[in-house]
Design a protein around this ligand. Sequence first.
Ligand code: MN9
Length: 294
Amino acid sequence: MDNSKFKGLFSALLTPFDKSGKIMFDSIKRLVDFNIENGIDGFYVGGSTGEGLLLTNEERKQVFKCVKEAAQDRVTLIAHVGTISTDAAIDMAKCAEELGYDAVSAVAPFYYGFPQEAIIGYYNDIASSTSLPVIIYNFPNSNGFYLTKDIANELFKNEKFIGIKHTSSDMFALQRFKQLGRDIVVYNGFDETLLAGLAMGADGAIGSTYNFMGKKFKKIMNDFKQGNLEEAQKGQNEADEIISEMIKYGVFQSEKAILTEMGIDMGECRRPFLPITDECRASMKKIAEQILSE
Ligand code: MN9
């Protein structure tokens, strides 16, 4: 299979909510256009950044539909269908396939501490329910499941699995995944270490800050590819100054404040996330002004 359309920089798309917690579909469409104008290669929809686990399954499907309508066939679309229930994940995967998505992805099922065999079963069940390729979402700090090279080896015997979104700072693991064989697409998951991920062989990245720093990160990737390491480090340092400031106030709240300041109303995060504070807005206003002036 030709995996080239899955390589590159993907925005983990934010989901905007109004004050009463309703999804703001118009803002999603504007955010999709804005990202595409900035050179983003695709979207990862309904994942952690999209507060996918705070959406009902019906809402997640509505967001999939809205993004497809806005993006059409301009970029690659990956639907995050992961949740605790295999049946719910399959239902969302079927929806993504009907809508014309390019792939599905899923975080491992959580909460019950499922044994390894159950998790392998969950992924195989999702893969056999759809004709779409599947990308495993490895996010050990969040859901307690660590994709080891052995489990990955087992799963990747099935050609339907084409990639891993590796949201971990473990660059050794990222490099081991890349050596599994076939042309497995490995995505760097933490934007603040994109350059490290690229150096260890990542084919691309999926991240939340690309929603508003797409241009900057595209340049980092291009500088890296051209062997211009010093310039790539400079770009990563600039991005990390911004990410450090965002971490003080909450990453998603900060991103919504920045994009709202940049002209796309992103509203709030959904409960139980805390509302965006005035301090956060004041600090993110400066960052938005800086980005707009670049
Ligand atoms: O999807 C994002 N992961 C999470 C990727 O939010 C859990 C990252 O893009 C981070 O938000 C980002 C800031 O820490 O690296």
